[in-house]
Design a protein around this ligand. Structure first.
Ligand SMILES: *[C@@H]1O[C@H](CO)[C@@H](O)[C@H](O)[C@H]1NC(C)=O
Ligand SMILES: *[C@@H]1O[C@H](CO)[C@@H](O)[C@H](O)[C@H]1NC(C)=O
Ligand SMILES: *[C@@H]1O[C@H](CO)[C@@H](O)[C@H](O)[C@H]1NC(C)=O
Ligand SMILES: *[C@@H]1O[C@H](CO)[C@@H](O)[C@H](O)[C@H]1NC(C)=O
Ligand SMILES: *[C@@H]1O[C@H](CO)[C@@H](O)[C@H](O)[C@H]1NC(C)=O
Ligand SMILES: *[C@@H]1O[C@H](CO)[C@@H](O)[C@H](O)[C@H]1NC(C)=O
Ligand SMILES: *[C@@H]1O[C@H](CO)[C@@H](O)[C@H](O)[C@H]1NC(C)=O
Ligand SMILES: *[C@@H]1O[C@H](CO)[C@@H](O)[C@H](O)[C@H]1NC(C)=O
Ligand SMILES: *[C@@H]1O[C@H](CO)[C@@H](O)[C@H](O)[C@H]1NC(C)=O
Ligand SMILES: *[C@@H]1O[C@H](CO)[C@@H](O)[C@H](O)[C@H]1NC(C)=O
Ligand SMILES: *[C@@H]1O[C@H](CO)[C@@H](O)[C@H](O)[C@H]1NC(C)=O
Ligand SMILES: *[C@@H]1O[C@H](CO)[C@@H](O)[C@H](O)[C@H]1NC(C)=O
Length: 750
């Protein structure tokens, strides 16, 4: 209870220290720094009395070598610990690479104390869809790493969607729905996020198994407990109104409407039934839902996520209706928990901006009369901020969020200017801004950008990025004997280019055209959320590659450093992905020149597919870049039930390729992964080359080509890792790079 009192106060005022256990943070140290576990001491105390301060810490060292971390909240303590470990001891914990914290040999002494204070009360984490793109198949060990990462980086307000189905299914059963009626509502394991949004319903392939529902529920109990132990306030789901179609059978008089169609899904899988919040049944389901949740996880939060209209237009645009929806939704929450606060993504105001006029947004928000009862996530603040347009959400507390990545796409990318300068400006210009947050659709390789933004939450002025990158690099390659200058230079040339995009027409992580359905047009220079434009001179990445490569020749120990291995593969991936474009353009111009021979098309095409093979072998050297890692994570959740494992694998494969039973949003969540490149993208390009070779340019017919391609794509979905050979084979990075470089001298400029 104490933790909650503190957090609610923190929403609008100073944070107070209250009696809380520091066991969680001691446990974190035991997990991640077992060799130094006895050398840390944590204590909660008020740091300053200034009314402007939120979380604050002071780190000092004692004469006998103890590191003493003092702070006014658990999150302040873990943030202080992180500052010390990353800036002073030069070790950190990373996505993909894992924890390197225990690599510190001796704990350095501090000549003067380290201090820090957050400029916002909340540091938020997760997009609703991150639970599908990134963590759908995570084990408890994966979650432990993630939660430690979050605690150390100061996150104190995370979404916690895992296991929601258990609660929902129980409520639906209690009101008389049958298991098959409920099953026709629930999405597959890799697609539950969009079921939570009311975008889709039902699972293609097979029904969501009860084994999944139960095991995810068990996982969530651990996740929520760990979040609380680490000083975070979990945001739990609440009942949003989405119900199985058959709801009208058990409640024939209830007011339900069909939501809108999402993407190209047939109505079996979309037009989700929505119980209107002003119907008396809504509040009944809400209180059942929250009571069950409280029983399962305890009184751990008062903050609840509800998104009713994410890419899903309201039944009516009538302002009174919209106000009525929010008023009654909030009332249902308050009836179940008088202290309830409703948090919601503001995405729809941008994505469906034609519907969401100022007047409608105002009406919708005004249904929540007391501003402090709602928090809005301004979801894509670095590129498409909406808070100015809606006058700081007319006074509702809101959070400045960096979205950065769609579908866990993988290009090197950042907006370092926009994520340092803009949030600081927003804080000065909006009194209802209460936090900074990360809302990436998928967690991906550009970790430096996520780190930078989370650190901005502790700096009143925009962070100086040159120094930041330098220090980050020092810590990143902690396993090397030393970090050669070349590595610093590589990052420094990418900093103002690759990582400083300000072009707002293609302002998210780009994807490579090699991951797209082949075509003679429309692939290059795409704008939007999955841009294929390259917002920098491609030679920059080649230069960075060269410096990276040379660095390991100067300092051999880099080859053994997991951060170097990861980043070297990622940069090589980008070099090869960029090099694919001119080869592709060459092939297309050969084809369309009018005098192309079959042999010349095939020759140009072979260059393309050879590059894909080279890419695949580079990616295969690292487990973070292998299809097999994703598939094995999915299969392993099925225990020894092969039937179940095959279905999880189907779902895992489908999400990253066809995304829907027949390619409804094909390639949205594409990945440059070993095994996926060789078994999916490369065959698609081979089919394309042979189509071009056998079709005169005057008879080129994209529809006909794609119809044939779909047969291949569909067949790929049901392969399993037990019967398909190429899901990524490991090779030695240094050897593979040596070969790749000598096979492609033009690409690597050597
Ligand atoms: C911290 O400050 C608050 C507000 O001034 C006060 O209520 C509380 O007792 C203080 N806590 C401690 C441990 O000193
Ligand atoms: C639904 O409404 C009708 C007409 O008002 C009424 O006769 C019927 O009993 C109601 N059914 C239920 C299940 O409440
Ligand atoms: C909702 O869609 C289903 C078909 O998918 C249809 O049978 C039903 O009538 C629709 N309901 C409403 C209220 O429009
Ligand atoms: C599904 O939604 C679309 C609007 O997006 C609508 O035109 C269509 O009639 C709906 N279908 C059903 C079955 O409700
Ligand atoms: C608003 O909600 C109330 C119930 O709270 C309902 O009786 C009324 O019909 C609704 N009005 C509109 C315009 O939908
Ligand atoms: C949890 O909250 C419920 C309802 O708000 C309350 O009745 C119960 O006593 C609380 N339990 C604990 C352990 O605080
Ligand atoms: C990002 O920064 C650039 C350069 O200062 C600026 O032109 C642009 O408006 C910023 N983007 C947003 C969304 O504010
Ligand atoms: C980023 O780009 C903006 C706009 O072009 C420029 O003003 C700023 O100096 C750049 N910052 C860095 C670090 O390159
Ligand atoms: C893509 O953009 C680049 C840079 O503006 C330009 O040089 C190139 O011609 C464009 N390619 C296509 C196919 O539009
Ligand atoms: C095709 O014609 C173009 C000029 O239109 C010429 O540049 C090119 O070399 C020719 N290609 C072949 C394969 O003959
Ligand atoms: C394996 O999973 C399938 C699909 O969920 C299920 O029908 C079957 O009962 C399971 N088998 C065992 C032995 O648990
Ligand atoms: C292209 O192929 C499709 C499918 O095979 C066919 O229906 C269509 O008529 C073709 N278009 C032309 C212009 O030939």
């Amino acid at each position: 209870m104490h933790a909650i009192t503190y957090c609610l106060l923190a929403l609008f005022s100073t944070s107070y220290v209250v009696a809380q256990s520091t066991d969680g943070i001691y446990n974190l140290v035991k997990r991640r720094l077992p060799n130094h576990a006895d050398n840390f001491q944590f204590s909660l105390r008020n740091i300053t009395e200034s009314s402007k301060k939120y979380d604050e810490f002071i780190v000092s060292t004692t004469v006998n070598g103890k590191v003493v971390v003092e702070g006014n909240s658990l999150s302040a303590l873990s943030s202080g610990l992180h500052r010390y470990l990353s800036d002073i001891a030069h070790v950190d914990i990373y996505w993909f690479i894992g924890s390197r914290l225990d690599e510190v040999a001796t704990l350095p002494r501090l000549s003067q104390p380290l201090t820090g204070s957050s400029i916002v009360p909340w540091r938020y984490h997760f997009n609703t869809v991150t639970f599908s793109y990134t963590s759908a198949f995570w084990s408890w060990e994966d979650w432990e790493l993630q939660l430690d990462w979050m605690a150390l980086r100061g996150i104190n307000l995370p979404l916690a969607w895992v296991g929601e189905e258990k609660i929902a299914v129980e409520v639906f059963r209690e009101i008389g729905l049958t298991d098959s009626e409920i099953a026709s509502f629930l999405a597959g394991p890799a697609f539950l996020s969009w079921n939570h949004f009311g975008n889709i319903q039902g699972s293609w392939g097979e029904e969501l198994p009860s084994a999944w529902i139960d095991s995810q529920f068990e996982l969530q109990k651990k996740i929520v407990a760990r979040m609380v132990e680490l000083g975070m306030t979990p945001i739990l789901p609440a009942f949003a109104g989405f119900v199985p179609r058959a709801f009208s059978r058990v409640s024939p008089n209830a007011t339900v409407v069909n939501g809108s169609q999402w993407e190209d899904f047939p109505s079996q899988y979309t037009n989700v039934t929505f119980l209107e919040p002003f119907d008396a049944e809504f509040a009944i389901l809400q209180s059942r839902f929250l009571a069950k949740q409280r029983e399962a996880y305890g009184n751990v939060t008062h903050i609840y996520a509800i998104d009713q209209y994410n890419e899903n237009d309201p039944y009516s645009g009538d302002e009174e209706y919209l106000q009525n929806v929010t008023r009654n939704t909030l009332n249902s929450l308050k009836a179940a928990d008088p202290d309830a606060v409703w948090i919601t993504q503001g995405w729809q105001f941008y994505s469906n901006s034609e519907f969401w006029t100022d007047a409608r947004v105002k009406a919708y928000l005004s249904g929540v009369e007391s501003d402090s009862d709602m928090i809005i996530l301004d979801l894509f603040s670095e590129s498409q901020p909406q808070w100015q347009k809606f006058d700081s959400y007319y006074g509702k507390p809101w959070i400045w969020c960096m979205l950065h990545d769609y579908g866990q796409n993988m290009g090197l990318y950042g907006q370092i200017m926009n994520i340092t300068v803009n949030p600081v400006e927003a804080l000065a210009n909006s009194s209802s801004l209460v936090g900074f947050g990360l809302t990436m659709e998928g967690e991906e390789g550009n970790e430096i950008v996520y780190d930078l933004f989370l650190d901005q939450a502790w700096s009143e002025t925009p962070i100086e990025t040159a120094e930041y990158f330098h220090d980050w690099v020092t810590t990143r390659y902690t396993g090397a004997r030393y970090v050669p200058d070349a590595i610093y230079q590589a990052w420094e040339i990418m900093r103002p280019t690759v990582y400083n995009n300000t072009n707002l027409s293609s302002s998210a992580v780009p994807k490579s055209i090699l991951e797209l359905i082949p075509s003679t047009s429309g692939l290059v220079n795409r704008t939007g959320h999955h841009p294929t434009t390259i917002n920098y001179n491609p030679s920059v990445v080649v230069d960075a590659w060269r410096l990276f490569y040379d660095a390991a020749r100067i300092e051999n120990s880099l080859w053994l450093d997991p951060s170097y291995q990861h980043d070297m593969v990622d940069i090589t991936r980008q070099v090869l992905a960029n090099a694919f474009i001119p080869l592709y353009e060459k092939m297309v111009s050969t084809y369309t020149s009018g005098n192309a021979t079959t042999a010349s098309i095939i020759a140009a095409g072979q260059k393309l597919t050879a590059l894909l093979s080279a890419l695949d072998s580079v990616l295969s050297t690292n487990k973070s870049f292998r299809l097999n890692s994703w598939i094995q994570a999915a299969r392993s959740l099925a225990g020894d039930n092969d039937t179940l494992a095959d279905f999880y694998e189907y779902d895992a494969r489908n999400q990253i390729t066809l995304w829907g039973p027949t390619g409804q949003i094909s390639d949205y969540a594409s990945k440059s992964w070993a095994g996926l490149v060789s078994s999916y993208y490369k065959p698609r390009w081979e089919l394309f080359v042979s189509y071009l070779a056998s079709t005169p340019a005057s008879q080129y017919n994209e529809t006909a080509f794609e119809a044939g391609l779909l047969e291949f794509e569909l067949q790929w979905q049901t392969q399993t890792s037990t019967n398909s050979k190429s899901t990524g084979v490991s090779g030695d990075l240094a050897q593979v790079l040596e070969k790749t470089k000598s096979d492609w001298p033009d690409v690597f400029n050597c």
